[in-house]
Design a protein around this ligand. Structure first.
Ligand code: PLP
Length: 421
């Protein structure tokens, strides 16, 4: 036994030394292929390379008021309010609960991945009465179950329905419009909360059309910024609910934020540098055009999916209708540890891949394909993945995944080409 432990110890030690040395001598760019934080464009970096400024300056509203207005276009809302809190997506989740609900309120939720599950856990922490649909990871919001549960809720005890638009852990996109349709069909007044952390700014999201009451997003994914902002869209219906909600809140209080935002200011010191970056981010999105941006994400994702098929591996999202255009979780063969692929990709080839989260750890690795990204950058990530997979013992013809993606990209027209026609 002593011998076995000693050998294991020496192996770990050698691995650590080898990884350290490989990283030390690595030359060239690292490839960031995690589903957030994403690649930050030079324009955004430059926009944030400014002296720190006075957040109570008399002319600040000249900057902030148009920023709030332009954010509305990204969320596709005219009637909603967009609040930019210092924080991250998780803070945005908390704001939805604490501003609109009361302890003991029933909420309808579904868990089908790490992030949807964590929001459900937060609901329980807040003392909400959670009616949860436990869904197989790899599927999305279970519309039929939601309908069945809401149908029996004749007294409208369910006060909010939660939907994770894009489950980043499994690469699954859900049908938010479908949830709205059910609520409307049943004339059910529950609020609709949506997690759009890995969808807003990358996938088509329509706050007004889908009747979303609180949409939660963050700065480090589609917005191509550093982490640090929870960007939250709130409907007037949710603002009205906040008037009678009794859960204590202060930092994330919508009413306080609205009162100050109306004048172009914030209730506390805002992260001005990030707001300058956010301005540049929105300008870049507008220059590309949101619809072109969605098509680009679809095109990039289609190459990744083609590669997965060519490798003979399985997408964690079990059906085409769930396939996400921002992240793909890839199942490795049963006798392989996905963490070996991830570690080799990172240390030996300088490629950061997303790990399998929760019960998926060791079974999947994830490729993020969102934000400031083009075909060549995706091919670079796929090439790194191929080398790491070969090292980890996964058998496939080298280049077949990259080749399949190249075929996808060259046999179809890029969104900018289509826009020019
Ligand atoms: N929701 C989803 C879908 C996410 O992908 C994440 C983070 O990756 C979160 C919520 C949590 O956001 P944050 O890490 O910014 O707090």
């Amino acid at each position: 036994h002593k011998n076995t432990y000693f050998r294991a110890f020496v192996k770990i030690l050698l691995d650590v030394i080898q990884n350290y040395l490989t990283e030390l001598f690595m030359i060239g760019y690292k490839t960031l292929a995690v589903p957030g934080p994403t690649n930050m464009p030079f324009e955004i970096r430059q926009a944030m390379d400014v002296s720190l400024e006075d957040h109570r300056a008399p002319d600040l509203p000249d900057f902030t008021l148009p920023l709030f207005e332009d954010l509305k276009k990204v969320f596709k809302t005219e009637s909603g309010h967009i609040f930019v809190f210092p924080g991250s997506g998780t803070g945005g989740w908390e704001s939805a609960i604490s501003n609109t609900l009361n302890v003991g309120n029933k909420v309808l939720t579904a868990s089908f991945g790490q992030f949807s599950s964590l929001w459900v856990k937060m609901c329980r922490t807040y003392g909400l009465d959670v009616v949860n649909c436990d869904v197989t990871w790899g599927e999305g919001v279970p519309l039929e179950d939601y309908r069945a549960i809401l149908e029996t809720d004749k007294n409208h005890l369910i006060k909010a329905v939660l939907a994770c638009h894009n489950e980043t852990a499994t690469g699954v996109t859900s049908d938010v419009a479908g949830v709205r349709e059910i609520l409307d069909d049943l004339n059910h007044p529950a609020l609709l909360f949506v997690d759009g952390v890995s969808s807003v700014g990358s996938l088509d999201f329509r706050m007004d059309e889908w009747g979303v009451d609180v949409i939660v997003s963050g700065s480090q994914k589609g917005f191509m910024l550093p982490t640090g902002l929870a960007i939250v869209g709130v409907s007037q219906k949710a603002m009205d609910a906040s008037e009678t909600s009794t859960i204590p809140r202060d930092y994330f209080c919508y009413a306080n934020m609205l009162q100050m935002n109306k004048q172009g200011y914030f209730p506390y010191t805002p992260p001005m540098t990030l707001l300058r970056g956010l301005r540049a981010s929105i300008d870049m999105m507008n220059a590309e055009g949101l619809e072109n941006l969605f098509k680009r994400h679809n095109r990039l994702a289609s190459g990744v999916r083609a590669a997965v098929t060519a490798w003979g591996l399985k997408n964690c999202a079990v059906d085409r209708k769930w396939h996400s255009d921002t992240v793909t979780a890839i199942r490795v063969p049963q006798d392989i540890d996905a963490n070996d692929v991830i570690k080799t990709a990172y240390y030996k080839y300088g490629v950061s891949l997303g790990a399998g989260l929760g019960p998926l750890n060791g079974n999947v690795f994830r490729i993020g394909h969102l934000g400031w990204l083009n075909e060549t950058m995706v091919l670079q990530a796929l090439g790194g993945v191929e080398m790491a997979m070969r090292d980890a013992g996964i058998r496939f013809l080298p280049g077949c995944g990259v080749g399949a993606a190249i075929e996808k990209y060259t046999d179809t027209k890029a969104p900018m080409e289509l826009a020019a026609e």
